[in-house]
Design a protein around this ligand. Structure first.
Ligand code: CA
Length: 231
């Protein structure tokens, strides 16, 4: 999952970026409205944390422009406490949730998890697929009840596939959602990570769809699907 943090207060921005990176997300930062608008138009973020008071272009205008251009990613706005008019303007512009400053980073993390899973159509913070369970609150992965230790990039890859389970995800899409802007991206490394992830999970859940990408699905459902296809 890849996020954009838009905040002109540099200390606060650094604090958010480091907390979100620690939580396993790829994170880009923008420090003014123009930059934020440009990044949101050009990069496929899974969610955005957007401060409203920004230089160059205010947050509400940035959000209105994104929505007008059809960018539907979940947006969590940061507002000053007691500024109810800001909240109303933010929601009217297309915000999905808000947190008032000063905030606890934990609250931002919890609200983002909720936005991300709702955007992917899931109700629970625990995602399941056959023998595999991931708890997005603690970034914990289990296969048949046994905890599996993953690197942060492996977890990010698995979490992305889990949020989009049953769907084919292309290598390009994975590269765009797993790495931040500054990362030296190479879609060949995705293959290597998928290989390692399959080995660590030890169960056949990540299927290669030739020429298209990967699909994570329950082996039981997969066999049923193939049988249907043959019949
Ligand atoms: Ca600000």
């Amino acid at each position: 999952m890849r996020l954009l943090v838009v905040e002109d207060d540099l200390d606060l921005s650094r604090q958010l970026v480091s907390a979100l990176s620690d939580a396993g997300y790829a994170v880009d930062a923008a420090h003014d409205g123009e930059e934020a608008h440009f990044l949101g138009e050009t990069e496929p973020y899974d969610a955005v944390v957007l401060d409203l008071g920004l230089p160059e272009m205010d947050g509400v205008t940035v959000l209105e422009k994104w929505r007008r251009d059809g960018h539907a990613m979940p947006v969590l706005i940061l507002t000053a406490r007691d500024r109810w008019r800001d909240k109303v303007a933010g929601f009217d512009a297309g915000a999905d949730d808000y947190v008032a400053k000063p905030f606890h980073t934990e609250e931002i993390l919890a609200r983002l998890r909720a936005l991300l899973r709702r955007a992917a159509g899931h109700a629970s913070p625990e995602l399941e697929c056959g023998p595999l369970t991931i708890d997005t609150r603690a970034a914990k992965v289990m296969v048949d009840g046994t905890p599996i230790k993953l690197t942060s990039l492996e977890y990010r890859l698995l979490a992305y596939l889990m949020h989009h389970r049953g769907k084919v995800v292309s290598r390009t899409e994975l590269v765009e959602h797993l790495y931040d802007q500054d990362f030296d991206r190479d879609s060949n490394t995705i293959e290597v990570f998928v290989g390692r992830l399959r080995k660590k999970l030890g169960v056949n859940l990540i299927h290669t769809v030739r020429g298209l990408g990967y699909r994570l699905s329950d082996p039981a459902e997969e066999t049923a699907g193939e049988a249907e296809g043959k019949a």
